[in-house]
Design a protein around this ligand. Structure first.
Ligand code: SF4
Length: 451
């Protein structure tokens, strides 16, 4: 057996076994196998072999399997490179030893990004040599990558002396994320959403006023520092449902404080992510407080599945009122400024798409976030559907948005999730008139994982 052939077998065998995740890796593993086989056959061309479509496949595999950090991969994390902190609702690394700070996000070629999910058994690894960070698979270099730089405001303190990184975090390239607590009142009676891990986390810096990690003033100071530094173009505030819906007054106060600190009439791309308010007049108040758009995440479309997965949301707000609030908000904030995440993978494709159609027809943007079973959630240890199932759903959702006139460039530029990446690929296909044989066409138009 030739050296090349034996190396191919070693790599492909390990990719296949590294992507079990239930059925999640089916089809993705063979696609990566073929891609890596080509790299092995002609390593000098590896740079040109990794176009946007190919890097998207690697990103999907990294997301599913995680990555091993060799000792050199920790260099500069927490000083030059941004560390992973304050990820409360979707912390893949809950339970991972964090004595040394973990890197937060990995910047891949073609502007793609992926959170660093640590898995010591993964075939992917990261190591640094002469200052360059390399992504490897089974020891074979794929391409150079880099972590996100640590923003300067992480080294600053609020006027009352708290380190800013403990209170709000930089993520997704240009967003400041403020999580106001790690408690959700749905926990009472065991009614927390089955996929959510918020209640399994604890705040980095304790609580203030009984319920909150920050004060509105601290949030405003951090926002001024982060926007002022130029590393932030969006701001998200989120957290759990509090007794007597106390989170809504807090979000209103925070909005007003941020606006005043920035000297603007609204918070640039500022958005509040909260359970639909029971009192609809609070939706008007959210807009007046400076929030430019809102997320009221139903998470699951089908009424029966909603009750099963989100019993607390059903009990405290109710699906019927939730839909009313979404419609009301679409009138207050305007088309495209109301969003409702439907988690892809918790219900059948058909009911998901019914929900996506309903929301789109009501001028509400449904964010298709692929479900990854979170450590600390009640569904820990379960499996998401296959990569092929997810890509089918994303492509059908993109079809729906295109039919309804939603501009692809808006979806493409807004974040690093798989649907943003696919929208970007589809945009390239349209603009460059790419043929069906191009991987970007296969992935973003046909939803075909065959390389
Ligand atoms: S309402 Fe559900 S998703 Fe939101 S924080 Fe509470 S448990 Fe988590």
């Amino acid at each position: 057996m030739s050296v090349k052939h034996s190396l191919e077998r070693r790599v492909t065998g390990q990719i296949q076994s590294a992507l079990p995740m239930g059925a999640a890796g089916a089809k993705l593993a063979p696609a990566l196998d073929r891609l890596l086989g080509r790299v092995i056959a002609d390593p000098k061309r590896s740079g040109s072999l990794f176009g946007l479509g190919e890097v998207f496949l690697v990103k999907a595999a990294l997301y599913l399997t995680g990555v091993r950090l060799e000792p050199s991969a920790y260099e500069g994390v927490g000083t030059i490179h941004k560390e992973q902190v304050g990820v409360y609702q979707f912390d893949f690394n809950l339970g991972v030893d964090k004595q040394q700070p973990l890197p937060a996000e990995l910047a891949l070629p073609h502007g793609l990004h992926v959170p660093v999910n640590v898995n010591n058994a993964a075939p992917f690894s990261l190591s640094r040599k002469k200052g360059v960070l390399y992504l490897k698979v089974n020891g074979m270099r794929l391409f150079p990558v880099e972590y996100e730089p640590r923003p300067k405001f992480y080294s600053q303190k609020t006027s009352d002396g708290v380190e800013m990184w403990k209170l709000a975090q930089h993520r997704l390239g240009d967003e400041l994320m403020v999580t106001y607590n790690t408690y959700c009142h749905t926990l009472k009676g065991g009614n927390q959403c089955r996929f959510c891990a918020l209640n399994s986390n604890t705040p980095l810096d304790g609580l203030r006023n009984g319920c909150f990690i920050q004060t509105p003033r601290q949030i405003a100071e951090i926002a001024a520092a982060a926007y002022g530094e130029g590393v932030v173009k969006r701001l998200e505030i989120t957290g759990g449902i509090l007794p007597r819906r106390a989170e809504i007054d807090f979000i209103l106060e925070a909005g007003k404080a941020i606006k005043s600190a920035l000297g603007t009439t609204s918070i640039p791309n500022g958005h509040a992510l909260l359970a639909a308010p029971n009192d609809l007049s609070q939706i008007d108040a959210l807009k007046e407080a400076g929030w430019e758009y809102v997320f009221f995440n139903l998470e699951v479309w089908d009424a029966h599945f909603f009750r099963a997965y989100c019993p607390g949301k059903e009990a405290l707000v109710g699906r019927e009122h939730w839909l009313k609030a979404l419609d009301y908000a679409a009138k207050v904030f305007g088309p495209g400024n109301v969003r409702c995440i439907l988690i892809a993978g918790l219900e059948p494709l058909q009911s998901y798409l019914e929900g996506a159609e309903y929301l789109t027809a009501h001028n509400i943007f449904c964010d298709p976030a692929p479900w990854m079973p979170m450590p600390g959630s009640q569904l820990e240890g379960h499996s998401s559907p296959s990569a092929q199932w997810h890509i089918d759903l994303l492509v059908k959702t993109l079809d729906l948005w295109e039919r309804s006139g939603l501009p692809l460039d808006t979806i493409a530029k807004d974040g690093w999730l798989a649907f943003n990446d696919l929208a970007r690929m589809r945009l390239e296909v349209r603009q460059q008139n790419l043929p069906e044989s191009d991987l970007r066409y296969k992935l973003s138009i046909l939803g075909d994982l065959r390389v």
